[in-house]
Design a protein. Structure first.
Length: 262
């Protein structure tokens, strides 16, 4: 395709080979997973950060990179936004684990029995975890207490936007310190980090740069001042490329034909 199509393609919010500005967080995620899943140590991790700060992208990258190492365990990834209600997480998890359908308390008991029986470690990733907040927070308490059960083989990783979800909604877990999840916060991207992300993406397009360096820095400065959301920066640049592409097409169509042909 044209350089514009290539530019639009690289500016999509797909998971890249390397996440600029998130080396520390990626390293901590990898260390936690290998330490707990390979070390057969049940535990929980709460990952917080505003939208577009790279939480899901980093975890997806680590899961891809560690696929072979984690092959001996069972990985279940659920997006809680897709669930009808907070309690729907239990049948969704049971289905992923191949357990028979049960109802009410029996469903939770069946899952607990499965997760404390002999077998491979289970890595449960819950994206958009704040969707599981409910009256009394019984769903969140149940999930975060599972890794503390005797003989548990569950490693739980929850991702959400709110920094204080565990302090606000899971205060009881702090009573016994072992039950409190480890925390990992993703701060908003800085202007420098956003500039590097945009430069690295557009550097994959052959030929002259489609957007010049000053434009990328301007975009990075504006987005970092408002939200530090990398997806927003990618969207703005993709829209700019579309505008340029339309202008170039318009100029090409209006060009006079050679030798006065109509």
């Amino acid at each position: 395709g044209t350089c514009y199509q290539q530019a639009k393609q690289v500016l999509h919010a797909a998971v890249p080979e390397r996440l600029q500005g998130r080396e520390r967080e990626t390293g901590m995620l990898r260390q936690f997973l290998l330490e707990h899943v390979l070390g057969r140590r049940p535990g929980s991790l709460y990952v917080s950060g505003a939208p577009g700060t790279g939480k899901t992208a980093c975890l997806s990258r680590v899961l891809l990179d560690c696929k072979d190492k984690l092959a001996g365990s069972r990985t279940v990834v659920l997006n809680c936004m897709a669930l009808g209600s907070p309690h729907s997480v239990f049948p969704a998890l049971a289905q992923q684990l191949g357990l028979p359908v049960a109802t009410g308390r029996e469903r939770v008991r069946s899952l607990e029995k499965h997760l404390t029986a002999q077998g491979p470690m289970v890595l449960l990733v819950l994206d958009e975890l704040d969707q599981l907040e409910s009256k009394g927070q019984d769903v969140l308490y149940t999930l975060f207490e599972w890794p503390q059960l005797p003989g548990s083989r569950l490693v739980l990783v929850g991702l959400a936007n709110a920094l204080d979800l565990t302090d606000r909604s899971l205060a009881r877990l702090g009573a016994h310190l072992a039950g409190k999840p480890r925390l990992l916060h993703f701060p908003p991207y800085t202007k420098e980090q956003l500039t590097l992300i945009l430069q690295e993406r557009l550097g994959q397009v052959a030929g002259d740069p489609v957007l010049d360096s000053a434009a990328l820095q301007f975009c990075a400065r504006k987005v970092s001042a408002v939200s530090g959301d990398a997806r927003k920066a990618l969207d703005v640049c993709r829209r700019a490329v579309e505008v340029v592409e339309l202008e170039v097409r318009g100029q090409t169509l209006l060009k006079p034909l050679p030798r006065g042909e109509s």
